[in-house]
Design a binder for this molecule. Structure first.
Ligand code: SF4
Length: 382
């Protein structure tokens, strides 16, 4: 029996790249650099391309990013996907320079709050159709559509699966078929559950798999492997992205790790994890993108891991994020959250903001807060 069963998804095209159906599972990644830094981002695209990326994603936030992307486009032949972040209206500006658009249904409410979501999706589909681009509906558990969050109170998996299904129905209703879906979270168990539920409801829609903010190797690789093994071996998943917190020059490793995991699954080489793998200290870290505010973020994530090793046996989650835009939301479910600004790092405990500290002071402050969290958990269980 083949280890990877036949996939039921239809095949879509990103220019010459086929995704879904009988096509090989495509491996992609994302530039971690600021898009406006044309030299660094072009270099980043090249690093990923040299590592064998089938597709490279770049985030855009502003007209300046769009202008930079036009120059980056001229310097590479790589297939480019663009992440529209909150600003879906930039799709029309960026479309001439890219091959695929990604929008996040949970971000569509940020701009033009009175405009119906249906109209915003219709605009994106029109742009994609006019420029012959593929589309990704990219749902993320860290940014759930507020309406669904309320409707599915306490059931995040239900909310994100419904969000993906609703948007598929919208795009289908517009007669557009070159789209795929991703449903991501930092917890591989949630990724497995959500993608299985979605695939059961819409086996025809190709899926992009990923464990977002998987963090630093080796744990980030293990978390990703757990999800991919369980999904790909069930015939779920048509393209993958491994999200690791790595120095910019090492980002090619995301592609190498992705291909290795796929080769292992195909050869029947599965790795199990001990039942207590998810116990103890859990450090979540974002992979960085155009929004990263200070390159010290990568070193900070490593320093947090090193400094907190004394608490390895405690069930505490610490999230380390690279920017002020997504940092506060993405750290919501963590016991302690850090997110970077240009010259300072914000710290929060649960939903309580503790303040902003310099890159030199943050580790000491984090240690105090971590000791406090551990002491409180000990009191509550005694
Ligand atoms: S947290 Fe910010 S810097 Fe990190 S990947 Fe998300 S948007 Fe990019």
């Amino acid at each position: 029996m083949p280890v990877i069963p036949e996939r039921k998804s239809r095949t879509i095209r990103v220019r010459a790249l086929a995704i879904g159906g009988a096509a090989p599972i495509a491996v992609q990644s994302m530039a971690a650099t600021r898009t406006c830094d044309i030299e660094a981002t072009t270099r980043q695209v090249r690093i990923l391309e040299d590592a064998g990326a089938d597709l490279v994603r770049i985030a855009i936030d502003s007209k300046a990013d769009v202008a930079a992307l036009a120059k980056i486009r001229k310097a590479t032949k790589a297939l480019l996907s663009v992440d529209l972040q909150e600003n879906y209206r930039l799709a029309a500006d960026v479309a001439p320079w890219v091959d695929k658009l990604r929008y996040n249904p949970g971000h569509l409410h940020h701009h033009e709050k009175d405009k119906p979501v249906e109209d915003k999706v219709a605009f994106l589909v029109d742009v994609a159709r006019e420029h012959e681009l593929a589309l990704r509906i990219g749902v993320n558990a860290g940014s759930i559509d507020p309406v669904l969050k309320e409707r599915f109170a306490g059931d995040d998996v239900g909310a994100i699966v419904q969000s993906a299904l609703d948007h598929c129905a919208l795009v289908d209703g517009l007669g557009f078929r070159d789209y795929l879906v991703s449903i991501k979270d930092s917890d591989p168990r949630l990724v497995i559950d959500a993608n299985q539920r979605f695939a059961a409801a819409r086996p025809d829609v190709p899926l992009h798999l990923g464990v977002t903010e998987a963090g630093l190797p080796p744990d980030g690789i293990i978390k990703t492997r757990i999800a991919f093994e369980q999904l790909v071996s069930r015939g779920i998943g048509d393209t993958i992205r491994v999200s690791l917190t790595l120095p910019f020059d090492d980002k090619g490793r995301e592609i190498e790790v992705g291909r290795q995991i796929l080769a292992d699954i195909e050869a029947g080489r599965f790795r199990s994890v001990p039942p207590n793998f998810f116990d103890g200290l859990n450090i979540i870290a974002c992979p960085s993108c155009s929004r990263v505010e200070n390159e010290r973020f990568i070193d900070l994530a490593h320093e947090v891991k090193e400094m907190t090793s004394y608490a390895a046996d405690h069930d505490v989650t610490i999230a380390v994020m690279g920017c002020r835009v997504n940092g506060p939301g993405e750290t919501d479910d963590a016991d302690l959250g850090l997110w970077c600004g240009p010259n300072f790092v914000n710290l929060k405990r649960g939903s309580e903001e503790l303040g902003a500290y310099s890159y030199d002071d943050i580790l000491g402050r984090l240690r105090t807060a971590l000791d406090d969290v551990i002491a409180k958990k000990a009191t509550s269980t005694s």
